[in-house]
Design a protein around this ligand. Structure first.
Ligand SMILES: [Zn+2]
Length: 536
């Protein structure tokens, strides 16, 4: 029994060291984990059983999940998941002209994985040491979550069938047609390139997001990061735009809410990409169970994605709060301009994101993690540091029992996105965020934040100054505010003008009308009387 467990463990776990290498062969099409990974939930049990004499605890090798066993293992022993697949690089610009470079470059995800490897987050040692590592420190490295192609029925939870078909049909077009299409789409709001393998790569990107979120919801990993592309948050239900083909995060959120209705009822999607995630907003605009919070540059509606072609659709303005039963479940923290940095992002988190998120109390947090607000990104023009990304991640980890799934969106400076993603991954793994000195909050940004608070106040208790329980106070014989004010006024008037209070002789009225009738001295001898009737 023990031999079986060990050898299968060794065999299965041996893939850990190739986790982030070329993994083209490691997948099946049925969507399940068949590439040789054991359930990370059993990792610490495996570790224990390595110490256990051969015939004592054969049942310990039986897999169990948080859902089936009801016994939640200590999260301390659960690793952070990481989803990556080389096949997502197949989506590339079909434009072979003289300057075909496009910011949404296949090397983006490779650069991040390289940074993870260099940061020591990925195991690359020998197989012989693996059992010992699993035994001693199961959370030392990230655990690989295999990507897979998303199914059509999953995509169509948020996209129309005709949109799915349009993306699929790209794979049948000739290179010349794809180039012509790319040239036509490159400008304006559409901002898109397409290739013959776009459909394939987009399916894996969406499938990667799904598997990442499912693993987090099921408690197979502590939390996870999906290094995926093409990105998703601009894709609308019926069209691709803004470098995005399918909208990965809403697809994954919808699959989780559908597949785990008991444990995943409310989802928070926090989008810190520098652009507004119009697609995510619109897909859940009337959904009370998905809270979408986006921090983005708005520039009064001029910054990408700007104004929708359909005037009936909401843009990224702070006044767009959701509709119908989803009112109050859409929050646009819309910066008036570029140039925002740690001071503004930390303030937005402390004043809006965290109070509202805590009041919402989600079952799952998905971060739409574009790193184009990072310092060094030309498109974003903002200055968020890796340490600030750590702090934002760390704050979000206090929600939903720590169930946080990070999905890559935009971010185009390879150096900036790698360093930022590394900081996020380390935080997910349990490293405390680097200490930062928070710069002072930009004055106009403070106003941006205040606007959001005002728009959201009707929907969130924490956005209001607070409610006074009058009945409770009365029962405690607390003074009423206008009594306090009258007594204060009387104090001033008697000091300045020697006015004196005329006592009310009727007992029932005496308390509340005290200090309401004031007279100047010598009223008996006055020739003229000025009478002021005034209610404080
Ligand atoms: Zn972006």
């Amino acid at each position: 029994m023990m031999e079986g467990l060990l050898s299968s463990t060794m065999l299965q776990s041996s893939e850990v060291d190739t986790v982030m290498q070329d993994n083209d062969h490691a997948y099946s099409t049925n969507g399940h984990v068949t590439n040789g990974f054991i359930d990370p939930q059993n990792l610490h049990k495996v570790s224990q059983s390595l110490d256990t004499p051969r015939d004592e605890s054969p049942t310990q090798s039986q897999p169990s999940s948080e859902m089936t066993s009801g016994a939640i293992g200590r999260k301390l022993f659960l690793p952070t998941g990481c989803c990556y697949d080389n096949r997502m690089k197949y989506h590339a610009n079909a434009d072979f002209s003289e300057s075909p470079h496009h910011p949404e470059d296949p090397r983006r995800i490779e650069a991040i994985m390289q940074e993870f490897a260099e940061g020591g987050l990925i195991y690359d040692g020998s197989e012989a040491d693996l059992a010992q590592i699993l035994k001693n420190s199961p959370t030392k490295y990230m655990w690989r979550i295999p990507a897979r192609q998303a199914r059509e029925d999953e995509i169509c939870l948020v996209h129309t069938a005709s949109h799915y078909e349009w993306v699929r049909s790209l794979s049948e077009l000739k290179p010349a047609d794809l180039r012509a299409m790319t040239t036509a789409f490159d400008n304006g709001r559409k901002s898109l390139y397409v290739g013959s393998l776009t459909h394939y790569a987009a399916l894996i990107s969406a499938g990667g997001a799904i598997e990442t979120c499912k693993n987090v919801v099921e408690g197979r990993v502590k939390n996870a990061i999906a290094v995926i592309r093409p990105p998703g948050h601009h894709a609308e239900h019926n069209e691709s735009m803004g470098f995005c083909i399918f909208n990965n995060v809403p697809i994954a959120a919808s699959v989780c809410m559908q597949d785990y209705p008991e444990i995943c009822r409310k989802v928070l999607i926090l989008d810190w990409d520098v652009h507004h995630g119009n697609g995510i907003q619109n897909m859940f605009y009337e959904n009370p169970n998905v809270l979408y919070i986006s921090l983005h540059v708005y520039q009064n509606g001029l910054f990408y994605p700007g104004q929708p072609d359909d005037e009936g659709l909401p843009d990224g303005g702070p006044d767009k709060c959701g509709a119908g039963v989803g009112i109050g479940r859409n929050i646009n923290i819309a910066w008036h301009d570029q140039g925002m940095g740690d001071g503004e992002y930390m303030a937005a988190f402390q004043k809006i994101v965290m109070p509202i998120a805590q009041e919402f109390d989600p079952d799952l947090v998905i971060i739409s993690a574009g790193f184009d607000a990072a310092a060094g990104d030309d498109l974003g023009g903002c200055y968020v540091t890796p340490a600030c990304y750590s702090h934002m991640t760390h704050m979000l980890m206090s929600l939903a029992n720590g169930k946080v799934a990070v999905c890559l969106e935009g971010g185009y400076n390879l150096r900036a996105i790698s360093r930022s993603a590394l900081a996020v991954a380390k935080t997910l793994m349990g490293e405390p965020p680097e200490r930062i000195v928070i710069p002072p909050l930009n004055e106009k940004a403070a106003r941006d934040i205040q606007h959001v608070k005002e728009y959201q106040a009707p929907y969130w208790e924490c956005m209001r100054p607070g409610v006074i329980p009058i009945k409770d106070l009365q029962e405690r014989n607390a003074p009423r505010l206008h009594d306090v004010m009258r007594s204060y006024q009387k104090g001033i008037l008697s000091r300045k003008h020697n006015m004196i209070s005329v006592p009310i002789m009727r007992k029932v009225l005496s308390t509340s009308f005290a200090d309401q009738v004031l007279i100047t001295p010598k009223i008996q001898s006055a020739k003229k009387i000025l009478l002021i009737i005034h209610d404080a």
